[in-house]
Design a protein around this ligand. Structure first.
Ligand code: ZN
Length: 654
């Protein structure tokens, strides 16, 4: 870092840690590339309101009310009630709404209903998001039950299979539509003969008008038009400085899609995007991931602007080049293997801007596009985000976390020596080979596993990676230094899956999130299956529980067996087994261990979730107004950034 004042850690509150990432290598880009990144960055923040609204239709009104109060409050800002409100607002920003970003449960405000009433009443009407003819009192009567009654819209995404998943989920992807109605509606759109099916429903709200099902599309002139117009405004500027013709085409197709909402165009865009291997600067901007919809159809808005980390990309290029070897040697049934692995492109990137569902909480690896038929025909693009994993690693130093949950000094040392490298490689393998591996049997189209589909897919990708982490081939390819290195990742995976990840869950709750379910599924299944041979041992020392791996090769075999089974489940669309595996291993938490882990964790005074604030790009111009350089600035604070985004990049009506 050239900037001496750079600090990875920004602040901590509730269960959240706010960090900062360095845009390493930005200075070495050409001016044109910097300009491209700048325009794409602007496009990345313009869609922030969309996600708030998708997450819950009252989110924007709530955020704006809280911000108005936060800004104008002239009372005691260090009083308990106000400080609780400030923390709540910071949490709402982080979660892009009032439901926890990870658990999706509605967050408790922490301040009283009376206090809220009083400060809203003392706020200037002009600053509040009142509807026409609405009084402050009306606004309060509207918001108070939503904020303070835990029964109302308790969960953003409900996965409890015994309930109507749509009527019990608070997200704004469906309105007044039951699960059965939605499922029938989208089933009727499916044509089993179509081998290039569009992703029906991914860019719309499904609702009913006069008893008829209606889709309201998110596009210019449709829902979210005001924000999408701004996104397109910046994309048009980006178009002018694109790196090459193919990238120009990618951007044009995306603009087309935002303009028409046409799902065929979206597929064309994806195909073009994944074939763009030349450009150093790249980006995601759109309706991408479907984790927020219990039916897995509706996509949340997100953006990631990035550029290739040339040096680290050599690593993923080696993996890609050998993709067929990995496919051929995987422990799965030959019927489920790809005869020809196509276009597994993988690169290591540094992010330059995060937006929507990637901000502030961000993934560390991405593999897109999601449409199964495109992946099959054209492959997928896979990335590992190195400046984010680097920032995590740096920010974790000296917290005592590792020392608390590792059984031995040896385990700690192994992590220090190999941890960063091994984890990065695990992500590379997960994204670049894992998701891209395997094939579905004829007649299976990939949505048979329904609500369990996402967990099974993540389980599959993780297992593929874990299996190969322990293969000597990686040393041969120069990806790992020696036969000790993979053990750091195995230690880490088991420790996390059985112990440390549950620090994120409140006592008595079970696991909801797909990635967490998959990690516990793998770790606890391996623990159970290896019990007879003591492969993983549960040890108690000074009243503390640890899991230690006694036999790394035996553990690798257990991963292989489970991978073969999970691949079969996916390839055959075996819903019952998927359900049984997930429910048996991935959901429930042992209460005794959970209580102990939370207690140990509490003593460390750490927050279990992290997110990142963005840099501010300072544009340097000459006297004629031409851009002469652009610099990332790392001085903006968390609340400062959020308030600025709400002031300068907020376009949707209440
Ligand atoms: Zn994944």
């Amino acid at each position: 870092m050239s900037n001496n004042t750079f600090s990875f850690f920004v602040e901590q509150f509730a269960d959240l840690r706010i960090l900062r990432y360095p845009v390493s290598g930005f200075e070495d880009l050409t001016l044109k590339q910097k300009e491209l990144i700048y325009y794409l960055s602007q496009a990345a923040v313009e869609g922030r309101d969309i996600l708030f609204d998708q997450n819950y239709k009252h989110n924007l009104t709530i955020r704006r009310t809280l911000e108005a109060v936060y800004e104008s409050y002239r009372g005691d800002r260090s009083g308990n009630e106000f400080m609780a409100l400030e923390i709540y607002l910071k949490r709402v920003w982080f979660s892009n709404g009032i439901h926890h970003h990870y658990s999706t449960a509605k967050m408790e405000p922490g301040f009283s209903n009376d206090f809220f009433r009083q400060i809203v009443e003392n706020t200037d009407e002009k600053q509040l998001p009142l509807k026409s003819n609405e009084s402050k009192n009306d606004l309060l009567n509207r918001l108070i039950p939503i904020l303070f009654d835990p029964e109302i819209d308790a969960r953003r995404v409900n996965q409890n299979e015994n309930e109507d998943l749509l009527l019990t989920s608070a997200n704004y992807y469906y309105e007044g539509v039951s699960q059965q109605e939605a499922e029938e509606y989208y089933a009727s759109k499916k044509n089993p003969e179509d081998n290039a099916p569009v992703s029906h429903g991914m860019n719309s709200l499904l609702t009913k008008e006069n008893g008829q099902m209606v889709e309201k599309t998110w596009k210019i002139g449709g829902l979210y038009s005001a924000a999408i117009e701004k996104i397109v405004f910046w994309l048009e500027k980006a178009l002018i400085v694109a790196e090459n013709n193919r990238q120009k085409k990618v951007i044009s197709l995306l603009i087309d899609f935002y303009t028409t909402g046409n799902l065929r165009t979206f597929d064309e865009y994806n195909i073009e995007w994944l074939q763009d291997q030349e450009s150093q600067v790249d980006f995601i901007n759109g309706f991408i991931e479907t984790y927020g919809d219990p039916l897995g159809l509706k996509a949340s808005w997100e953006s990631v602007v990035n550029f290739k980390n040339m040096e680290a990309t050599q690593r993923t290029e080696i993996i890609s080049k050998n993709a067929q070897w990995f496919e051929d040697h995987s422990p799965t049934d030959p019927r489920f293997k790809k005869k020809q692995v196509r276009g597994v492109s993988a690169k290591v990137i540094n992010v330059a801007m995060l937006g929507g569902d990637c901000y502030p909480h961000t993934p560390i690896g991405i593999n897109l596009p999601n449409a199964d038929w495109i992946r099959k025909e054209y492959g997928s693009k896979s990335v590992t985000i190195e400046n984010i994993t680097y920032a995590y690693d740096q920010a974790a130093k000296g917290t005592g976390f590792l020392e608390e949950f590792c059984y031995s000094e040896e385990e700690v040392e192994r992590h220090k020596k190999y941890g960063f490298q091994a984890t990065n490689l695990h992500i590379d393998l997960h994204e670049c080979l894992g998701h891209g591996s395997g094939q579905l049997l004829e007649g299976i189209n990939g949505d048979e596993l329904k609500a369990y589909g996402a967990v099974i897919e993540e389980t599959r990708a993780d297992l593929f990676s874990l299996y190969y982490m322990g293969d000597k081939k990686l040393i041969e390819l120069g990806l790992l230094p020696d036969e000790e290195a993979f053990k750091a990742e195995y230690d880490n995976y088991i420790r996390n899956g059985l112990l440390t990840q549950i620090t994120r869950i409140s006592l008595g709750d079970s696991i909801e999130q797909a990635h967490m379910r998959n990690r516990q599924l793998i770790a606890s299944r391996a623990f159970e299956k290896g019990k007879a041979d003591n492969v993983i041992e549960k040890v108690s020392k000074n009243g503390k529980t640890y899991f230690i791996i006694n036999d790394y090769q035996a553990l690798r075999k257990l991963f292989a067996q489970l991978l073969a089974e999970i691949q079969r489940v996916k390839s055959e669309g075996d819903f019952d087994t998927a359900k049984n595996l997930v429910e048996a291993y991935g959901v429930k938490i042992d209460r005794e261990i959970h209580a102990e882990v939370l207690e140990r964790y509490k003593k460390l005074n750490l927050a279990p979730y992290s997110g990142f604030i963005n840099p501010v790009y300072r544009v340097e111009k000459d006297e004629k107004g031409n851009i002469v350089n652009i610099h990332p600035d790392y001085t903006e604070g968390y609340a400062e950034q959020m308030m600025r985004y709400s002031r300068e990049h907020s376009w949707l009506p209440n």
